[in-house]
Design a protein around this ligand. Structure first.
Ligand SMILES: [Ca+2]
Length: 307
């Protein structure tokens, strides 16, 4: 079996004209090539295995496109029995119109990074004073909605342990204000969740991590908000009369806020007419700028997720 999907996991632009294509096969395939048409001729480039799972191989091939036209391509694979298989789009080539895609340039330092991921509520409780009522004891069984009181001070206190592990990069699940323990339902992108600490705690953590040679990546969740986000509450209050927003993922008006996050993407369509409301791109830059104001740099990652 051979799989190829028309998304960024399977085809990606490194720079204009430099294209990566990926393929997934069962492990009995021993070679794969990508064929593409350029100037009326079909060309062929080898693909190399880039990842393995117990049952599958992911292959990757790179090619240079000399024209901005959509790229016609298909794949050829051979298994250990010498049998040849082709993958096309129902008998026709796949087409990749890359002219509107943004190139993705990998960060050099990531190649040597050893990451440690922290779910802040569950890592270490460094400051019991900011625990919520009903906080669970550390030995209790985790639940979907329970809090254990982990916080930024706890991470700061454990920096020596992180250094001992030999990591040099930290990935934090969301730390901005949100009512859940996972904090993927953001209510305020400019505020550290009070259960985790404050901006002073954040600055101290940044300084200590950086002086320890550890980089940090924050999980910025911008493709949906929580039900406490001001714009979402505005929609619930004013309903379809509101002219300011356009619901993107949910064309129907929500009937009620869910107990969990509602993936409602609010797009600012008339920023000039309402004071204090920003177009989406400017709003995201404002969040980044807010972090920069703390003396830190930021870079937007995962372009398909946080646009
Ligand atoms: Ca705490």
């Amino acid at each position: 079996m051979i799989w190829h999907h028309l998304n960024k996991r399977y085809r990606q632009l490194l720079e204009p004209g430099q294209i990566i294509l990926r393929l997934k096969t069962r492990r009995d395939m021993i070679s794969s090539t990508v064929l593409w048409e350029e100037g009326g001729f079909w060309r062929e480039a080898p693909m190399h295995p880039c990842a393995f799972t117990p049952h599958y191989v992911y292959w990757q091939g790179e090619l240079s496109r000399e024209t901005p036209d959509p790229l016609p391509y298909l794949f050829c694979c051979r298994n250990h029995k010498g049998e040849t298989f082709f993958l096309s789009d129902n008998g026709k080539p796949f087409y990749y119109d890359w002219s509107h895609d943004t190139p993705f340039a990998p960060l050099d330092w990531v190649k040597d990074a050893i990451f440690y991921q922290i779910f802040p509520d569950r890592f270490y409780n460094g400051n019991p004073a900011n625990d919520p009522p009903g906080v669970k004891s550390w030995e209790e069984k985790p639940t979907i909605e329970g809090f254990f009181g982990g916080d930024l001070e706890g991470i700061w206190l454990k920096i020596p342990y992180l250094k001992f592990l030999g990591i040099n990069a930290l990935y934090l699940n969301p730390i901005f204000a949100a009512p859940s323990n996972h904090r993927y339902n953001t209510s305020d992108y400019f505020k550290i969740d009070p259960l985790l600490g404050n901006m002073g705690d954040f600055r101290r953590l940044m300084d200590s991590l950086h002086s320890s040679g550890i980089r940090i990546i924050l999980d910025g969740v911008f493709n949906h908000t929580g039900t406490d986000f001001f714009a979402f509450k505005d929609i619930l209050e004013k309903g379809e009369k509101i002219p300011l927003y356009r619901l993107v993922l949910y064309p129907q008006m929500p009937r009620k806020p869910g107990p969990f996050l509602l993936s409602v993407l609010v797009e600012y369509t008339q920023p000039a007419q309402t004071e204090g409301h920003q177009p989406r791109g400017e709003a995201l830059s404002a969040v980044g700028g807010h972090l920069l104001d703390q003396g830190r740099g930021y870079r937007r990652l995962a372009p398909g997720h946080a646009q």
